[in-house]
Design a protein around this ligand. Structure first.
Ligand code: DX5
Ligand code: ZN
Length: 218
């Protein structure tokens, strides 16, 4: 089963309530929320109060992607704000195993992301511990960037490892996902597809989500 997670980064930030409600009504499975701190990535977005506010407008799981340094300092606040899934970056965690278990002890799904320049081996030792790996298919920081094809082989590698040690592992992809690239990432082994520009950049969000789903499942 493929899940589609519309990314709020491409939504109208002055209308997040209606935007998230429309993403749900249009067939989105999760709501992807991009948190950027201006240090780990060269952009600043939002924090726990906005996650809390968004949570009041949808029943869908909030998939909170922390592109921040020292994420362990903020995980309890994002959990209290209503996150269902929290993703931290392997590149931002000196004690990655500890941070993964911090998320799980709060009762949430734990996920680890890797940038395009980071090898799959960076997550090999926590594959048994996590619920999901997020393979970044662009360099994080901005919506609307072009998909990086070399990331596909990491999806395949992680799926192979997961088949041995954690068959239930979800693999999420984030960046440049569209009707064109969805079949590629699914063939490689991805099952959660984040889409920002490809959903919120179109006026008919239901058609956009359905188009990606049909492409992914074809
Ligand atoms: C990028 C973010 C993505 C972004 C994807 O740093 O992590 O979630 O919203 O946007 P698109 O789908 O437009 O590439
Ligand atoms: Zn993201």
């Amino acid at each position: 089963m493929i899940r589609i997670a519309p990314s709020l980064l491409s939504a109208d930030f002055a209308r997040l309530g209606p935007e998230v409600a429309e993403a749900e009504a249009s067939g989105g499975d999760w709501i992807h929320v991009d948190v950027m701190d201006g240090h780990f990535v060269p952009n600043i977005t939002l924090g726990p109060p906005i996650v809390k506010a968004v949570s009041l407008h949808t029943k869908l799981p909030l998939d909170v992607h922390l592109m921040i340094e020292s994420p362990e300092r903020y995980i309890p606040d994002f959990a209290a704000a209503g996150a269902s899934v929290i993703t931290v970056h392997a590149e931002a965690c000196v004690h990655l195993h500890r941070v993964v278990h911090q998320i799980k002890e709060l009762g949430l799904k734990a996920s680890v992301a890797i940038n395009p320049g980071t090898p799959a081996s960076a997550v090999r030792e926590v594959l048994e511990d996590v619920d999901m790996i997020l393979v970044m298919t662009v360099n994080p920081g901005f919506g609307g960037q072009a998909f990086i094809p070399n990331t596909l082989r990491k999806i395949t590698q992680i799926r192979e490892w997961a088949n041995e040690v954690n068959p239930d592992l979800l693999i999420e992809v984030d960046g440049g996902v569209s009707e064109d690239t969805a079949p590629l990432v699914v063939a490689a082994g991805a099952d959660v597809l984040v889409a920002g520009n490809a959903v919120f950049g179109r006026s008919d969000r239901a058609a956009a989500i359905q188009g990606i789903r049909e492409a992914a499942e074809s």
